[in-house]
Design a protein around this ligand. Structure first.
Ligand SMILES: Cc1cc2nc3c(=O)[nH]c(=O)nc-3n(C[C@H](O)[C@H](O)[C@H](O)COP(=O)(O)OP(=O)(O)OC[C@H]3O[C@@H](n4cnc5c(N)ncnc54)[C@H](O)[C@@H]3O)c2cc1C
Length: 450
């Protein structure tokens, strides 16, 4: 079932005669539980034409490097095969996403797209809506509760959005019912780049190769489903009590798959329903994650310190001249050359594996604030390192968590140097609460393994 509230008409130009319905895939790179894909399939059947899925493979994608492209191409390889099985042509153009959509749009009766929450994603959709010359409809499929249904304004904190999301869960955690399309598009003559071999596709692309692909995580819907299944069986019941222990990694590993739209949050949420641990997990997957979409949708300054609440801004300004205990350059931080073995381990984990443990991300971010002369520089540094190395970086959740480090969605705490009233974290806290030396040893082992 596709709720009307997931659907938004971006251009009300008429549906016209054409060879196919185009689903311009951008954010939701999957063939399973994709509301935009299913909506497009139903449109195609209603118009008695085939469905084509178009994708723009853009070597210059904002902040993307070989690590991100490898993971994405692994997923696209599988998506292409799954679409082919349903008789749907997957046409890949080596072009910016909006450009690829506009190359295919002239032959389409209508264009369907998925939704993105970041500035550049919105701008691509606006351009396609303006220039496609036919009806363009957006279908939101990467959240459980559509952003405008949850709230019509920027929410203050998790506690303010939580009840608004919860009241809709039964309505939106529903099966989609995948069917059709009735007509095959595989025989249409449309030029496409080949993504059936992800390594060959990556070798062909002129991408930033300064950050290498990782072997720790493999992209794709079936790998995401396998990991999720394993998590539900082996770790979900103890998720609440063990997820913060950095040495254990007692988490689901879903964030890279969610970032690339390789897995549906509706699927992930449905997997945990009825199991012990459900509540703690849905708090992260739905409340925390969809609070991030809320921020990016309603606050145009989501990616700067200007998104911070007034109290946080003021307290940081009050402490701007405080002596920093250590100050490191971007290069020292990138190479994990600080005095702090815990921070260095976290940075190393991210550089080597493409995914730092959640609890260490908080500590990592707080220390960047402590060791940088200015909060604006700290924000930029954090974003640069996170988005360069994390597989799940460059996401609404990334920007929202950078803001959290500086007090967003949090409350004032006891005043202290540098941080003012913003929550602080200490190495002693890590030592008290966790087996932090075991975490350091684990990262060192991974480093030794190469
Ligand atoms: C400084 C900092 C930077 C971060 N950068 C990113 C990032 O670039 N991309 C990213 O996806 N997450 C980021 N996070 C949030 C969080 O650390 C990751 O989502 C989490 O570690 C992902 O691992 P998992 O999927 O195994 O998590 P699980 O614990 O299994 O959680 C399941 C899902 O819940 C959601 N979730 C979990 N924690 C959070 C959170 N704090 N905020 C919002 N949603 C959450 C994610 O979608 C996650 O996949 C950052 C946190 C901090 C403090």
């Amino acid at each position: 079932m596709i709720h009307d509230t997931r659907i938004k008409v971006l251009s009300d130009a008429p549906v016209r005669e054409g060879a196919f319905v185009l689903y311009w895939m951008q954010a939701s790179q999957r063939a399973h539980l994709n509301h935009a894909l299913e909506f497009a399939a139903r449109q195609a059947d209603a118009l008695k034409v085939p469905l084509v899925v178009g994708f723009g493979l853009h070597a210059g994608y904002p902040e993307a490097n070989a690590r991100h492209f490898a993971f994405m191409l692994q997923g696209l390889q599988e998506t292409a095969a799954a679409l082919r099985e349903r008789g749907i042509a997957f046409i890949v153009r080596e072009a910016p996403p909006d450009e690829a959509a506009l190359q295919l749009a002239p032959q389409a009766c209508t264009v369907v797209c998925d939704r993105g929450y970041l500035r550049h994603q919105k701008q691509w959709r606006e351009r396609v809506a303006r220039e496609a010359g036919c009806r363009v409809v957006q279908v939101e499929t990467d959240v459980v509760v559509p952003v405008e249904v949850a709230s019509d304004h920027e929410e203050y904190a998790a506690r303010t959005i939580r009840p608004k999301l919860h009241q809709h869960l039964d309505d939106y955690l529903v099966d989609l019912g995948e069917r059709g399309p009735e007509r095959d598009s595989l025989s249409l003559k449309l030029d496409s780049a080949d993504v059936i071999d992800w390594q060959a596709a990556l070798a062909r692309l002129d991408v930033d190769r300064s950050v290498a692909p990782v072997s720790d995580y493999m992209g794709g819907t079936s790998e995401a489903e396998r990991l999720m299944h394993e998590f539900v069986i082996e770790r979900l019941a103890q998720y609440d009590e063990r997820r913060n222990e950095p040495a254990d990694n007692w988490v689901s590993q879903m964030s890279p798959y969610l970032h690339f739209g390789q897995i549906s949050p509706v699927y992930v949420a449905s997997e945990v329903l009825g199991h012990e641990g459900e509540e703690a997990y849905l708090e992260e997957l739905i409340v925390r994650r969809e609070l991030a979409m809320n921020l990016c949708e309603y606050n145009p300054r989501y990616d700067s310190t200007e998104a911070l609440p007034d109290w946080a801004f003021k307290t940081l300004a009050d402490h701007a001249r405080d002596e920093r205990p250590y100050v490191y350059t971007a290069q020292q931080l990138e190479r994990a050359e600080t005095h702090d073995p815990y921070w260095n381990a976290a940075q190393t984990e991210m550089v080597l594996t493409g995914k730092m443990h959640n609890y260490m991300r908080m500590y990592w971010g707080k220390k960047i604030v402590e060791w940088t002369r200015d909060p604006t520089d700290a924000h930029s540094l954090m974003a640069w390192l996170n988005n360069k190395y994390e597989l799940d970086g460059r996401d609404p959740v990334s920007w929202t968590n950078f803001a959290w480090i500086f007090g967003k969605h949090d409350r004032p705490w006891k005043e202290r140097p540098v941080f003012g009233k913003i929550r602080w974290m200490s190495a002693e806290g890590l030592e008290r609460k966790f087996e932090i030396e075991r975490y350091v040893a684990k990262v060192q082992q991974r480093q030794a393994a190469g």
